[in-house]
Design a protein around this ligand. Structure first.
Ligand code: B12
Length: 194
């Protein structure tokens, strides 16, 4: 990572083009029983510590006065991808609250009310987690009505099912990865604000 960044790559480029494919390969090896559970945990921990080191040597853009609240849907324990999304927002000047894995829906609702984000971003890895996402978005709409902030969703399940899922669950936009997320989020928030 340091070598890539020394040569001018951004942290997000390193995360997207080095770390993400490495973790996908770990997943394939795990599925094929050639990577153990302990090795998968070790790989995840190494990636997380490299991401933290990479973030500390990166310079965020000027504060743009926008807030994003990021959480994995209840039941989703895969937080590394959302952490990359968090890094992308942070380095682009957004105020980020990253709640991590498996956030219970009532706790997330309370935090949306308290933080008043311009955008909520939710990560979904397994298709079996889509009903929990749909339930949460229905709760958010019921409680906040017109004041509900726009919601972006992403993660492996969303990339697999495709954009049609947006309407099914009641979300506003998606982005395929951490490189694409800030552009899509800015377009969404600007569109909503005008
Ligand atoms: C590490 C890992 C775990 C760790 C996660 C630890 C952690 N702190 O995150 C642990 C051990 C908890 C875990 C558990 C399980 N896992 Co797992 N896991 C993985 C692995 C190897 C890597 C995940 C990862 O970090 N990927 C890298 C990140 C960067 O990629 P990403 O998540 O896709 O994120 C990018 C985009 O999707 C997007 N994105 C992500 N979130 C968001 C949000 C928004 C708003 C937007 C716009 C974009 C966006 O941007 C990200 C960055 O570019 C994957 C393999 C894989 N293909 O991902 C398997 C994998 C996802 N796991 C799998 C399985 C089966 C499980 C378990 C069911 C295993 C079990 N029997 O217990 C449990 C389920 C836990 C749960 N309930 O969620 C399968 C899923 C298969 C499927 N399609 O159903 C996979 C694919 C492995 C495999 N090949 O079989 N896992």
């Amino acid at each position: 990572m340091n070598g890539c960044m020394d040569r001018g790559a951004t942290l997000i480029e390193v995360e997207r083009h080095l770390m993400q494919p490495a973790l996908y390969r770990i997943g394939e090896g795990w599925h094929a029983n050639v990577v153990s559970v302990a090795q998968e945990h070790l790989a995840t921990a190494i990636v997380q510590s490299l991401m933290a080191a990479g973030l500390s040597r990166s310079m965020p853009a000027d504060d743009n006065d926008r807030r994003v609240l990021l959480a994995c849907v209840a039941g989703n324990h895969h937080s590394v991808g959302l952490q990359m999304v968090s890094d992308a927002f942070h380095l682009s000047g957004w105020h980020v609250q990253f709640l991590g894995a498996n956030v219970p829906e009532r706790a997330l609702l309370q935090q949306v009310i308290a933080f008043k984000p311009d955008l909520v971003g939710m990560s979904v890895t397994l298709e079996s987690q889509l009903p929990a996402l749909k339930r949460f978005l229905a709760l958010l709409t019921e409680r906040l009505g017109d004041a509900r902030p726009p919601v972006m969703i992403g993660g492996m399940a969303i990339n697999t099912v495709g954009a049609a899922v947006l309407r099914q669950v009641g979300a506003d936009a998606t982005a395929v990865d951490a490189s694409a997320v800030v552009g899509a989020a800015t377009a969404l928030v600007d569109g909503v604000a005008t």
